[in-house]
Design a protein around this ligand. Structure first.
Ligand code: SF4
Length: 436
């Protein structure tokens, strides 16, 4: 640098870029506009709500947040502190509505060949991924950190990413869109587990068929043995299931997980049946085998040797299968951004950071992310989660350290802000900020 160098230095993050006139810094969020350091995106207002999108960042944090705004809300003088936080400790939890097996728990998830996260515990009707986090962003090498940051940024800004799961599926994930698993868009999430499906639809099947098996990787249900079947007086059929019996009519581990029937690896449902018990079965006995989404279904009739043979499904039974399908919700990917705002970011809000944490925990201070409501984890710090589809598009940014930049707003009555040790001298009325 010399005295005549017209570059300016950005101090909004630890990278401290020198930015030439008319150019932007490494993150494209700040530019040198005629010698003035300028935030490149417009500051976003949602109606009368001020958000931190485009507000700018406070670094190295002891400075007051870029906007500390006062407004009258229903007669109460409220303060909103607005900043774009730089989050090294952040990631995304991805919920993928599908029964299909994507990969074993703890299997690595890759993007562009780099490990960016792992498969975590499945939820009811959904597979879950945990992506990002500080170890992938900063602790696994430069390339891995960059790819992790890019992947999180794309997902959080509503874009699609391709993820491959170790010894599992390849997946295209996008918030609010159907997941595409091994090239096939997922249509429906299951109505429930196999046992729940029996409970929900047993009444509709009565009189149409002697036996129903709902094939499910979690719990396969058998109508004649299930409590629902007992209460409806369904007779024993002599069926035998090759799986681990949990309680009557509910079986675990009938097959390996996969992308076939009900999240198992089977494509031929009779594979899970043992020989029928001669004391209860009879030739001509009818059986429906169906998956938990109704996507797979087969109708069988026992032959003289008590072996189930496929037959055309009677129309009333086909209607009952359609009812299962109709009750399944559309399969979607959901992306929750999760980050810790409990560190130095708090100093931009108050000179006494722990008071802010305590006030958030006590619900005196409302936290929002780009105007969207957040869930705050109990315990220490300000660790929050937000549904990225609730934010305006492209609300997230990044810095090359690497870390994500996310908007965050803290709103509270003026009296509380004073009590927390807020930066009172920097409070500006909303009208003045809007006009700025
Ligand atoms: S990366 Fe962006 S925020 Fe950080 S110093 Fe460079 S221009 Fe400023």
């Amino acid at each position: 640098m010399t005295d005549i160098d017209p570059s300016i230095r950005c101090d909004a993050c630890p990278v401290m870029c020198y930015i030439k006139p008319g150019r932007t810094g490494a993150c494209d969020r700040y530019a040198n506009a005629d010698g003035v350091l300028t935030r490149t995106d417009p500051h976003v207002f949602l109606g009368d709500t001020i958000t931190a999108i485009g507000a700018g960042t406070t670094y190295p944090d002891y400075k007051p947040a870029p906007f500390i705004v006062s407004a009258q809300v229903e007669g109460v003088d409220m303060i909103t502190v607005v900043t774009e936080g730089i989050f090294s400790y952040c990631g995304a939890k991805i919920k993928i509505d599908t029964d299909r097996h994507l990969g074993l728990e703890r299997a690595a998830v890759r993007a562009g060949g780099e490990v960016v996260g792992h498969v975590t515990t499945a939820e009811y009707g959904s597979q879950m991924l945990s992506l990002g986090g500080v170890h992938h962003l900063t602790g696994s090498g430069k390339k891995s950190g960059r790819v992790t940051c890019e992947t999180l940024l794309t997902l959080c800004n509503g874009g699609a990413v391709e993820l491959s799961i170790e010894n599992g599926a390849t997946l295209i994930a996008q918030a609010g869109a159907a997941p595409i698993i091994d090239g096939v868009p997922e249509q429906k999430m299951r109505v429930g587990c196999g046992s729940a499906t029996i409970g929900m639809f047993a009444q509709q099947w009565r009189g149409l068929v002697d036996e129903v098996v709902v094939v499910d990787d979690h719990i396969t249900g058998v109508l004649s043995e299930h409590q629902a079947g007992k209460l409806l007086d369904i007779q024993e059929t002599g069926i035998r299931i090759q799986g681990r019996r949990s309680t009557p009519g509910r079986y675990f581990e009938v097959a390996a997980p996969g992308t076939g029937w009900g999240g198992t690896d089977i494509t031929e449902p009779r594979q899970i049946l043992g020989p029928f018990d001669k004391d209860h079965a009879r030739p001509g006995l009818t059986m429906l085998m169906v998956s938990t989404t109704g996507e797979h279904a087969g109708y069988f009739v026992l032959d003289k040797d008590l072996r189930p043979q496929p037959r055309a499904m009677p129309a009333p039974l086909a209607d009952a299968v359609a009812l299962i399908k109709d009750n399944c919700e559309p399969a979607l990917c959901s992306v929750l951004f999760m980050a810790g705002a409990g560190g130095s970011l708090r100093s931009g809000v108050t000179q006494n950071p722990v008071r802010l944490t305590n006030a958030v925990a006590a619900a005196i201070v409302r936290v929002t992310c780009g105007g969207a409501p957040v869930y705050i984890w109990p315990g220490g710090g300000i660790t929050f989660m937000v549904d990225v589809t609730k934010l305006p598009k492209n609300a997230f940014g990044y810095v090359p350290t690497p870390a994500l930049v996310a908007p965050i707003e803290f709103t509270m009555p003026r009296t509380d802000y004073e009590r927390l040790g807020g930066h009172m001298a920097d409070v500006r009325p909303l009208a003045a900020v809007r006009g700025a």
